[in-house]
Design a protein around this ligand. Structure first.
Ligand code: AMP
Ligand code: GLY
Length: 421
């Protein structure tokens, strides 16, 4: 198969690695890619937002499958454009990507399908939203409806904070994404992420993970795209996993199909596991970053075959085989991330880390200038360690981190703390 992968982050490097070892692969292309992905794919400069250009490229290079990494092209309808042109694509249609693109859409679906989640209100009017917040009281969660790069959620511990968040949204802090606001009950428990592969009708459990969203050790400081992750998440016992499939994933698949917008691709459920079981915080309609870096290397089956089956609507497997390993990834970010990451810092000795037997290094925001590798974004590299348990995986990951020379970077030193407690 000829495959085109869309994206440029650590997630896409992990996807590229997993696809590149498939016996079915003829040639892998990636747009826009990054210097790490360039080791396993041919980098091409096709603009994912230019749908006719992507379709043309696929025709020219006889692409059999397009794998879309990030959410933006999904929400913009890239998969619809490809399928209309007869090109098979892994990822949801624009309509089905609303599960990520609109928090209100997902909350309404949960209400219709009786999916466990926090009680909520949807507002396009500031005063009505303020009245709801005052009635419900704090703690409460205020969310911009649309895509806000992970920044549109305020978990307010006081009424004043909640009111300020509502005002900020309606004053345009998140642009069009905040024209509508979802206000939701605060859920208590432990967070975990769960991933299922979906073909429009069927959903098969893939794996669980836990992310570390805050920038600093001890889960302090501002939210980020994710500073590290591990898989599996110990809190996701097989009993909880079964409940998540039965109470959240399957009813979502059924509701989406019934609405004429079947979901295919990977469904990423952000969960709160509380005393009375799992509740949905949000859906994403793509792999997580850095969750993909810990999940994909654990897949023992041929990932490319699985992705292609999802795209064709023929995911005829009972289960997905995983290696009996834990994986843990540490994100190296440029100093100043997330507010103002410093670009241009030189990175050395990546090869020394990658030479360790149970370590894989994936690139995110890196750039090659001559024979130098430099930082070119907020999250720069991911160092993933493997082991028989989280502790061993973590030791390997940090052994890799400590071999990398990146004076302009930093990382959290406590990835995995919750699993190790
Ligand atoms: P989201 O972008 O919806 O994943 O929200 C970002 C983060 O806010 C989540 O990872 C949670 O830590 C937190 N959060 C969101 N919704 C809730 C909720 N209803 N109760 C408690 N925490 C929440
Ligand atoms: N790491 C969280 C996400 O990919 O949304």
């Amino acid at each position: 198969m000829n495959v085109l992968l869309i994206g440029s982050g650590g997630r896409e490097h992990a996807l590229a690695n997993a696809i590149s070892i498939s016996p079915r692969l003829t040639k892998l292309f990636c747009a826009p890619g990054n210097p790490g992905i360039a080791a396993v794919a041919e980098i091409v400069s096709v603009d994912a937002s230019d749908h006719p250009a992507v379709v043309n490229f696929c025709r020219l290079m006889k692409i059999d499958l397009v794998v879309v990494g990030p959410e933006q092209p999904l929400v913009e309808g890239l998969v619809d454009a490809l399928e209309t042109a007869g090109v098979s694509a892994f990822g949801p249609s624009k309509a089905a990507a609303q599960l990520e693109g609109s928090k209100g859409f997902t909350k309404d679906l949960c209400a219709r399908a009786n999916i466990p989640t926090g009680a909520y209100g949807r507002f396009s009017n500031r005063d009505a939203a303020l009245a709801y917040v005052r009635k419900a009281g704090a703690p409460i969660v205020v969310k911009a409806d649309g895509l806000a790069a992970g920044k549109g959620v305020v978990v307010a511990t006081s009424l004043a904070e909640a009111e300020a968040a509502v005002r900020a949204c309606f004053e345009g802090a998140f642009g069009a994404a905040g024209a509508e606001v979802v206000i939701e009950d605060f859920l208590e428990g432990e967070e975990a992420s769960f991933f299922a592969l979906c073909d429009g009708v069927r959903a098969i459990a893939l794996a669980s993970a836990q992310d570390h969203k805050r920038v600093g050790d001890g889960d302090k400081g501002p939210n980020t795209g994710g500073m590290g992750a591990y898989s599996p998440a110990p809190i996701m016992t097989s009993e909880i996993e079964t409940r998540v499939m039965r109470e959240i994933v399957q009813p979502t698949m059924a509701a989406m199909a019934a609405a004429g917008t079947p979901f295919k691709g990977v469904l990423f459920a952000g969960l709160m596991i509380g005393a009375d079981g799992p509740k949905l915080i949000e859906f994403n309609t793509r792999f997580g970053d850095p969750e993909a870096q810990v999940i994909l290397p654990r897949v023992a089956d041929d990932l490319l075959a699985l992705l292609a089956s999802c795209a064709r609507g023929q995911l005829n497997v009972e289960r997905i085989a995983l290696k009996p390993l834990s994986a843990l990834t540490v994100v190296l970010a440029a100093k100043g991330y997330p507010a103002a990451p410093q670009k241009g810092g030189e990175i050395r000795c990546v090869d020394l880390a990658a030479a360790l037997p149970d370590v894989v290094v994936t690139h995110a925001g890196t750039k090659r200038i001559g024979d130098k590798l430099v930082a070119n974004g907020g999250r720069v590299l991911n160092v993933t360690g493997f082991g028989l348990d989280v502790r061993a995986a973590r030791e390997n990951a940090y052994a890799g981190v400590d071999r990398i020379d990146f004076p302009g970077g930093f990382c959290r030193r406590d990835i995995g703390w919750r699993a190790l407690e």
